[in-house]
Design a protein around this ligand. Sequence first.
Ligand SMILES: Cc1cc2nc3c(=O)[nH]c(=O)nc-3n(C[C@H](O)[C@H](O)[C@H](O)COP(=O)(O)OP(=O)(O)OC[C@H]3O[C@@H](n4cnc5c(N)ncnc54)[C@H](O)[C@@H]3O)c2cc1C
Length: 456
Amino acid sequence: MTATLSVPASRRRDGQDYLRVGAGPALTAMWAGAAAVVFLWWHDTPFVTGLDGWLTNAGRITGLLAGYLVVLLLALMARVPALERGVGTDRLARWHAMAGRYTVCISVAHTLLIIWGYSVTAHASVLNQTGSFLTSYPDVLMATVALGLLVLVGVVSARAARRRVSYETWHFIHLYTYLAIALAFSHQFATGADFMTNLPARVLWSAMYVVVAVLLVWFRLVRPVVQALRHQLRVVEVRRESADTVSVWMSGRHLERLGIEPGQFFRWRFLTRGRWWAANPYSLSAAPSGNLLRITVKHAGEHSRGLFSLEPGTRVLAEGPFGAFTAGRRTRRKVLLIGGGVGITPIRALFESLPGEPGDLTLAYRATSASDIVFRDELEWIARERGAKLFYLLGSRGTKRRTDPLNAANLERHVPGLREHDVYLCGPPGMTERAQAELRKAGVPRRRIHHESFTF
Ligand SMILES: Cc1cc2nc3c(=O)[nH]c(=O)nc-3n(C[C@H](O)[C@H](O)[C@H](O)COP(=O)(O)OP(=O)(O)OC[C@H]3O[C@@H](n4cnc5c(N)ncnc54)[C@H](O)[C@@H]3O)c2cc1C
């Protein structure tokens, strides 16, 4: 199987651009939702008096915000195409992680404030009040279990703990969030002052939960099944690219209907005995060509290693395409692409397909040594065909900042007029952080550095 130079349509079949909701509008909508939640409390609260009043009302506001935030957490991960293409999966995941931390803290604050406020009103101790809540209100008991689950998910997701557990364990524990949301739902209407007597508020609140549930079921369950049946993907060839890197070619039907944009990725599930249960993300390493797709994978752990021994004919379920690391982010005619290690995969697809005249595109490939370079022939061929510039930056990973080939002076030497470029950057975390700092030093504004992260 050889790579061909193709420039696929990055528009829908009807000629319209894909619907994208950018980060600005998405953030505005999220803050507007939070403001509406606070408005709901303010609307239902004529006045606040006394310590118990202040505590209980602070508990009500935090409770409402927690109820809103858990829905937001799910919406961010619902894989809604307009958000995936506009905001990008990595940024959505970062927002999700940040909102998750707030949700856990606000939920704990809600619980403590409500208990404290009621205990002041009832002249009871905090312990007695807690016992009374748990024994008198079954919905509150369920919500307390939900809080425990949320705290568990938060603790396992904390950076220090996250490094110690496998991705699969972390992901599995994360699924308890759904259970927590289901358990906590009823106490909002049974005991929430803002809902007990306010039917429109109850209806709107329920609608918010139902809409997000429908999005989740549609985009995470129904759509992947429909896609699998429609496209019938199978492995056609597995080719070793270097000692620790392999390319997997797959063919399928009607691939043009997937609306793939070079730079995007899929979650791939290879239907073999030991692997069918895991869906791992890999970027396309070439723009789609006819009925063929290609990924290129570096050996990292169990899933990636297993791809080295895939047999032609293996069925594949691909969920996607995802990600905003595409031509849609471009703002300038001149583009510098920087790929490091296996981060070259989406960069290779963009190098092939980004529109441009000779001289518009430059590719810098950061690798430890010449033997780590993959796609050398392909990249050189694309560079020749497109009149693009290609250069390699070789050196070990631990190289000091001053001597790292990826420093501002070196980049400016290779790329005249660097600050006038858009930059697309993908590679291991340490390398991309350093590259971003060097690019900023060279005068490239942050908004023109487009970055894809391989770690969620
Ligand atoms: C958007 C994106 C695009 C990627 N594209 C490529 C690519 O083109 N080529 C390539 O070689 N690698 C790519 N990766 C990285 C690749 O997904 C991981 O190296 C691979 O999933 C590791 O799985 P493993 O079982 O082999 O290793 P493990 O040792 O199990 O995992 C190593 C690390 O990979 C990540 N990871 C594992 N499973 C998943 C999962 N299901 N979802 C998200 N992250 C996971 C975790 O951070 C984990 O700590 C990409 C990652 C992302 C997020």
